[in-house]
Write a new protein. Structure first.
Length: 297
């Protein structure tokens, strides 16, 4: 049965169990889509995730593909699935059309994002007739009603925020006040960053919605460096030293990534995190190993 994600977290908290979720991106090829539905999803469904999410693509480039994949996952696997939605290259009426299409196709959960500039580079430019900030998109979704609304949080501050991470966290609190029901964080590798972020939002801003840590079990040194450069995530010294020592041995990096992520999650759950959101990169192997390590199925 398709549920509101906020409700799933409330129920998980009441049961004393963490909510486990996984994220996918729309495959670029037919073979990639076959692999996602025939291999990756069936493998991860063995662990009974609470829900999954599907990204929107740079510049909103995959909006039709995103909605169709969300619809298909929900129909074929009966798994609550969240659609990402960005403000990029879209006017308010165009966004409303996308939202109403998603509603007709059974979407109940939307992650509202500003989105990155087309091409992932250059300054952010508002689309004429559209929204400049994700807070506006959150408020728009709240006005339309009928959706559980998620938003993104950045434990180390957004890469484009030049005034400091606490200013960024204050903006996030505004998004929650505008109607967001839960927060999913950008990836991070130091739990202290998550706890400082969470405590600020809870204690200083009075935020009570679930703040869900997003984690990536790393599989490649170069890929990890690329991802963190794009999103501004910091690599702790000991983590980076180990990554450099393993070099281009991707099998060894994968083993290290599984172990590191497992230890991260242990600390996060011990510290009161409501669950964990895995950035799977459309692969089941590392996420499945972490879940098995921790007995989270």
């Amino acid at each position: 049965m398709i549920r509101d994600i906020h409700d799933l977290h409330v129920e998980a908290a009441a049961s004393g169990k963490p909510a486990i979720s996984v994220e996918f991106f729309p495959p670029k090829t037919e073979e990639g889509e076959r692999t996602l539905f025939a291999t990756t999803l069936p493998e991860l469904m063995k662990f009974h995730p609470s829900y999954c999410s599907v990204t929107y693509g740079a510049g909103g480039s995959t909006k039709e593909k995103t909605i169709s994949i969300v619809e298909r996952i929900q129909k074929e696997f009966d798994l609550t699935t969240m659609m990402h939605l960005t403000c990029v290259n879209a006017t308010r009426p165009e966004l409303q059309d996308v939202i109403e299409d998603a509603r007709r196709r059974g979407v109940r959960n939307i992650l509202a994002l500003r989105g990155d500039p087309p091409g992932m580079s250059g300054p952010w430019v508002k689309t004429e007739g559209g929204f400049e900030y994700s807070r506006e998109l959150v408020a728009f979704l709240k006005e339309i009603s009928g959706f559980a609304i998620g938003t993104a949080g950045f434990p180390e501050g957004h890469v484009a925020q030049t005034r400091g991470k606490q200013v960024d966290w204050d903006h996030l609190a505004d998004k929650v006040r505008a109607g967001a029901d839960f927060v999913v964080t950008q990836l991070f590798f130091d739990n202290d960053d998550y706890f400082a972020f969470r405590d600020y939002l809870v204690q200083r801003c009075g935020i009570t919605v679930p703040i869900i840590p997003g984690l990536l079990p790393v599989v490649s040194r170069n890929q990890t460096k690329k991802f963190t450069q794009l999103c501004g995530a910091r690599l702790p010294e000991a983590f980076l030293s180990r990554l450099e020592a393993l070099g281009d041995d991707d099998a060894a990096v994968t083993d290290f990534g599984v172990e590191y992520c497992s230890r991260q999650i242990e600390g996060l759950l011990r510290g009161g995190a409501p669950g964990v959101h895995f950035y799977t990169l459309n692969k089941a192997h590392s996420t499945a190993r972490v879940i098995r390590n921790l007995g989270l199925a």
